[in-house]
Design a protein around this ligand. Structure first.
Ligand SMILES: [Zn+2]
Ligand SMILES: [Zn+2]
Length: 387
């Protein structure tokens, strides 16, 4: 089968690799129909992780079930399913408590927790930017879709990661109806956090970024766009909230945060959040931070450490939640919002491309070229269909 293979920093190609197949009775085999390129893929693409060469990316996957193992009871051949990027077992200590983002069974390193398809340090699992994908513990990991699965494919595929991840940021921040919310980062996850805050009835949603295409999308769903290349976002939020600060804040940037000139400062958005969220406010951090970053800008950053403004955070009595989203906690309800026509996360999609176009898509998305807000690869789509 064809798959997107990582050859080294900023170098991917579409190669022939051995077919994905059923390896255990609990596996489900999926023919991939839609698989997104994610901002997390870019950390790996840029060589800023220990992702191994020769492996395949792709943790935002959806497709059609083409084979099931003998131990699969629920999922049937022919069904359309979307897969949480977290690969989880359902029976370990963390999964039992709903923390499928920290599964202890699917992560082989006993010092770690949590697994994902095609992801650095998240287990050996192959990614879905390929024609087929092996889904372990298929009954547990497949979310089945209804008859509108194909018609709303670009919406449903967002249930694999970014829609639940954006929602999780608002959950950890504690967004309730009437809140003011500031979101740092208007990449796909930040825009999903803005959509989630709106769904939850936030009174005011402010989204900070500097890319005009992303800011336009934030405005499209009724958020206030804040361009931090021309405006001090902390002062803007204070001005919008009678000097108090926003009730809730979401971090949707991660450790490669940088100023408009490109100088990296991994703690920049965290400290801006502490400054622009009110006393007793809540902060949800879903941007990726790592225990080590050998390519980081200074020695501290290389050790995964940052000069966090903890004194002010403590002084303001803020709460903060961190980490990857447990997709299964939200994907059913969010699916049903899509089915009911009450959420359409596909508004961020700029490109539907064939698998062969992946190398070009990675380059454009990595360079944050205007108009490349979210790419969906469609491995069943032949040739070079455009947008
Ligand atoms: Zn992702
Ligand atoms: Zn588990």
């Amino acid at each position: 089968m064809k798959a997107v293979v990582y050859n080294g920093p900023r170098d991917v190609s579409v190669n022939d690799v051995p077919d994905a197949k059923i390896e255990r009775p609990t596996d489900v085999l999926v023919r991939i129909t839609a698989t997104n390129i994610c901002g997390s893929d870019l950390h790996m693409y840029e060589g800023r992780t220990d992702f191994e060469t020769g492996r395949t990316f792709g943790h935002e996957n959806m497709g059609e079930v083409i084979e099931v193992g003998d131990g699969v009871d629920k999922v049937k051949v022919g069904e359309r399913v979307v897969l949480p990027f977290n690969i989880s077992c359902g029976f370990c200590k963390n999964c039992e408590r709903g923390f499928t983002n920290y599964c202890l069974t699917t992560q082989p390193d006993p010092a770690a927790a949590g697994a994902a398809y095609g992801f650095a340090a998240m287990g050996p699992w192959a990614g879905g930017q390929a024609e087929m994908l092996r889904v372990p513990y298929g009954d547990h990991n497949c979310l089945r879709l209804g008859e509108d699965a194909q018609e709303k494919e670009n919406d449903y595929v967002m249930l694999s990661d970014i829609f639940p991840t954006g929602y999780h940021a608002t959950e950890m921040a504690g967004v309730v109806p009437g809140d003011s919310v500031v979101i740092y980062g208007a990449g796909p996850v930040g825009l999903m956090a803005a959509l989630s805050a709106t769904i939850k009835g936030a009174a005011k949603v402010m989204v900070v970024d500097r890319h005009p295409d992303r800011l336009r999308l934030a405005e499209q769903i009724g958020a206030i766009a804040v361009d931090d290349s021309t405006t001090d976002p902390v002062q803007f939020v204070l001005d919008q909230t009678m000097g108090l600060g926003a009730d809730r804040g979401c971090e949707c940037v991660g450790y490669q945060a940088h100023d408009p000139q490109g100088t990296e400062d991994p703690v920049m958005t965290l400290n801006r959040l502490v400054q622009s969220v009110r006393f007793t406010g809540g902060i949800g951090v879903v941007g990726v931070f790592l225990p080590q970053d050998p390519g980081g800008p200074d020695e501290m950053a290389q050790q995964g450490k940052v000069a966090f403004d903890y004194g002010l955070h403590w002084f303001k009595g803020q709460t903060m939640g961190n980490g990857q989203a447990p997709v299964k906690k939200y994907n059913r309800q969010l699916r049903d919002l899509i089915a009911a026509g009450k959420a359409s996360p596909s508004f961020i999609v700029s490109h539907n491309l064939s698998l062969d176009q992946a190398p070009d898509a990675y380059q454009n998305f990595d360079e944050r070229n205007d108009g490349w807000t979210k790419v969906i690869l469609k491995p069943q789509q032949a040739g070079s269909a455009g947008r």
